[in-house]
Design a protein around this ligand. Structure first.
Ligand code: ATP
Ligand code: MG
Length: 210
């Protein structure tokens, strides 16, 4: 019997550029609703769906995710996507975690907006075999439930979470305009953004991270 067998584990994939309280509340709500033992945050490597915009180096996004989750004993961060070469596909994330956690039940947590696109993702049949999917309704998002009709109902749940009108895009734009992101992201992440001058035209050059 291995340590992972029978454990219920949430998987929260994201670009996390930066991670914000919307992500953390969603993970916490899904963990509570499904009685999860742990939520693993998985920052993307090279995000194929966002290749049209500049994305901060994976190491910065990974470290902000570590800072944001460090105080919660049921949250941890995985490097599987950061360390895999090439663009990130959810099916690869789930395959890698399944190999690391044999016998665990995986719950992939995603925004409802992404859930309705899910059938355009790679290898969806395998994805639904590897994990259950939980779509969190986001503030301001009117869900097109017709798209859900094509998804396997026993593997997909839509969960309403308390409205948090926070997005990474807004956090980046606020920083760029010199507006605060205090209380939208965890304190340590505010300080990390400031230290490395992320989302400003002149980020601090780092031989390791840039
Ligand atoms: P961006 O604005 O750059 O697209 P984002 O805020 O959507 O960033 P991502 O890293 O793209 O953040 O999101 C990771 C996951 O978290 C996605 O499944 C997304 O739908 C979900 N998510 C993002 N913001 C919220 C929020 N405020 N409440 C619930 N889920 C969210
Ligand atoms: Mg997004």
């Amino acid at each position: 019997m291995n340590a992972a067998a029978g454990r219920r584990i949430g998987v929260m994939g994201g670009t996390f550029d930066p991670i914000h309280h919307g992500h953390l509340v969603a993970a916490s709500e899904v963990a509570s609703f499904f009685d999860l033992d742990e939520v693993v945050f998985v920052p993307t490597g090279d995000p194929w769906q966002k290749s049209d915009r500049h994305v901060s180096p994976a190491e910065h996004r990974y470290l902000m995710t570590v800072i944001a989750t460090a105080s919660n004993p049921r949250f941890r961060v995985s490097r599987v996507d950061v360390d895999r070469a090439g663009p990130t596909y959810t099916v690869d994330t789930l395959r890698d975690l399944r190999a690391q956690l044999p016998g665990a039940e995986l719950f992939f947590i995603t925004g409802a907006d992404a859930l309705t696109n899910i059938l355009t993702w790679r290898d969806t049949g395998e994805m639904f075999a590897l994990a259950r999917f939980v779509g969190c309704t986001r503030p301001g998002y009117v869900m097109d439930t017709s798209a859900l009709a094509d998804l396997p109902s026993d593997r997909v749940t839509v969960l309403e979470i308390p409205a948090l009108a926070i997005s990474s895009t807004d956090c980046r734009e606020r920083t760029q305009r010199g507006e605060p992101v205090w209380y939208l992201v965890p304190d340590g992440v505010v300080q990390y953004i400031g230290k490395h001058r992320l989302y400003t035209p002149d980020p601090v050059p780092s031989p390791v991270l840039d």
